[in-house]
Ligand binder design. Structure first.
Ligand SMILES: [Zn+2]
Length: 120
């Protein structure tokens, strides 16, 4: 586990921007950086389709590997917080993006593999 680098901090901002501009009042968004440096964002669709899964699927559709993921959720209308993926998304990440790094909160922003995330 380590602190995020500049690109990973920018990815947090890109996830926050996606959540703020989204229509439909989603509760969460996710941003994925791919191996070729592109950033793909997605938002949650109700309680059943996680932003992380949507962003991962969109990233893979580009024919490249997903290397970094961050998810954020609304705390209130004005505030957001980085949020770790749910158990189901962790399994999806292990299956479809082994080796992916996840930005999460653990006494400040930290970056680790899926296995280094705090318990769900
Ligand atoms: Zn999930």
């Amino acid at each position: 586990m380590r602190r995020p680098d500049d690109a990973e901090l920018r990815l947090v901002g890109q996830a926050v921007s996606a959540l703020r501009r989204a229509t439909g009042h989603p509760s969460r968004s996710a941003a994925v950086r791919t191996e070729d440096g592109e950033v793909v964002t997605a938002v949650s669709l109700g309680p059943t389709v996680c932003a992380e899964a949507a962003a991962l699927g969109a990233a893979l559709s580009r024919g490249t590997k997903a290397v970094t993921l961050v998810a954020v959720r609304h705390l209130s209308d004005d505030a957001t917080r980085v949020s770790a993926p749910c158990a189901g998304c962790r399994q999806l990440l292990k299956t479809y993006a082994p080796g992916i790094r996840v930005v999460h909160l653990n006494d400040g922003l930290r970056v680790s593999g899926v296995d280094g995330l705090p318990p769900v």
